[in-house]
Each structure stands twice: as C-alpha cells, then as structure tokens.
Design a protein around this ligand. Structure first.
Ligand SMILES: [Zn+2]
Length: 267
C-alpha cells in the first residue's frame, strides 16, 4: 500500500460551493475518483486567480494538496464552462438538479465506476438537447442504480410476478412496481402508473447513454415519469435523514463546531 501523495492532480465538476471563513470557499467536487470536499483558501479574495474558475457546474482541472480536514485546492483551471447554463435559465435549472442529486446520493470516499463520465455526458446533453429534462431522467435512473437504489421495474416488488403490459402501480417506499393484484390487497401509498410511462422507464433503465438522444415522448408522459422518480428519490432521502435525526434527539449525534463557519449557507 502506497501512502497518499502530498499533492495530486485530478479533474471534477463543481457541484456546490459555500463561503468558508472570511475569504475561503468550501467546494463539493465530483471528481474522476468520486466525491471530494475541498477547501480553497483565499478564493473569495477579489484578486484570487482561482476564484473565477470555481463556479457551480464548471468542469475544472485541479491540483490538490493534503489538508488536515479537507484537501486544499492549490490550482484550478476551467476545462468546460457550459455557456448554455449561463444563457438559458431552464437549462441551468436542470443542470443544477443533476448536481444536487449527485451531491445528495453519493457518499464521499466511495468510488462509483463510470459515474464521472456519465455526469459529463449528461451535462453536455442538458446543454444541447431540445428537451433538457430527458437526459436528466436518464441520469436519475442510472444514478439510483449505481448508488444501490435501482428501482425494480421488471417484477412486482411484492409477489415477484413478471410485470404484464397493463397499467401498474409504483411504491416509493418499496422502490418498485406493484402489480394490480397485490395493489388490490394493499392499495395504500401507491401511485398508479400507466403502461406507456412504465415502458419508457424500463427503456431508459436498460439503455446506454445514447438513449438520451433517441426520440423523446410527449411532455405529459415525461412529467409522469418525473413524478415517479422524484417521489422515489424523496422517499430514499427521507429514510436516510431519519437515522441522524433520531440520534440528534438522543443528543449523541456530533454537533458541528460552532465557531467554524459563521457565514454558512442555510441549505
Ligand atoms: Zn404482485
């Protein structure tokens, strides 16, 4: 086992940034090696050369150095700044959703093979696609799969029966399709899913990223598909949040240091 080098180069996408102390920035990057939180000392200084590169959704080349709490950003240079995200507020909003989902579903220190390339391909597609929501839906399904929450779309999550080409139900809590027979027995907390929406979900799930560019269904169907994915994502995030909240109530969950970041953003 080799020791971690004192300095290393990588590249990543800025998912999020917040002010840290008086002149620093704390950045959440998604890099080729996974999610990385880094501190950029002095990056908010008006004359900082690094600051202008460290904008959300920029793809940046960085030189990082070993730091006590977080790696320290030594150099940064923009590789891609998608112009479309600056010029088109709709595209910017979809790209921000991609960044936020990545930040919330991915753990620091975990490696998810291929996710960095998929993130770049998705941002590229969001910048250029006539319907930018479509590549985001593709990304959501595959992000969920990679982080261990692949929704079950082929078999009923309750009885295991193969899903038939008729209208079905979806359970956010159980993470998959529920067949009409099972739904009749326990219909609470289920969302009805029509056969065409399910067909598109399954198509996206089993396709490679070129599916982002195939013919896109009508807006109403895309909205229904979005409702399923967002409901499911919400349900996973709430479950995850529950554990720390209980611990907090019991007062054994570590509190953040009080003096560290007076100007912390409320998120
Ligand atoms: Zn069933």
């Amino acid at each position: 086992m080799s020791r971690k080098p004192r300095r290393w180069r990588t590249e990543g996408v800025v998912l999020r940034r917040r002010d840290w102390g008086e002149k620093d920035l704390l950045l959440v990057l998604y890099t080729q090696q996974g999610k990385q939180i880094v501190r950029a000392p002095g990056a908010r200084h008006p004359r900082s050369r690094r600051g202008p590169h460290l904008q959300p959704l920029h793809r940046v080349a960085v030189l990082l150095a070993y730091g006590r709490e977080h790696p320290v950003l030594v150099e940064a240079e923009t590789l891609t700044a998608w112009l479309a995200f600056r010029e088109d507020v709709n595209r910017y909003a979809w790209a921000s959703l991609v960044a936020e989902l990545t930040d919330r579903f991915v753990w620091e220190g975990e490696h998810y093979p291929g996710l960095y390339d998929l993130l770049l391909r998705t941002l590229d597609a969001v910048a250029r696609h006539p319907q930018p929501d479509w590549p985001v839906r593709y990304y959501e399904l595959h992000l969920l799969g990679r982080v261990g929450f692949r929704p079950e779309l082929q078999r009923c999550i309750r009885c295991g029966a193969r899903v038939q080409p008729v209208n079905q139900y979806f359970s956010f809590e159980e993470g998959g399709v529920v067949c009409p027979q099972c739904a009749a027995q326990e219909p609470e907390h289920l969302l009805a899913v029509d056969v065409r929406t399910l067909k598109y979900l399954r198509h996206l799930q089993r396709s490679g990223p070129e599916a982002m560019w195939r013919p896109v269904p009508e807006p109403a169907l895309r909205r229904r598909l979005g409702t399923i994915l967002q409901g499911y994502e919400q349900s996973i995030l709430e479950k995850r949040l529950r554990a720390p909240r209980v611990l907090k109530q019991l007062d054994i969950y570590p509190r953040p240091p009080e003096s560290e970041s007076p100007d912390e953003e409320q998120r």
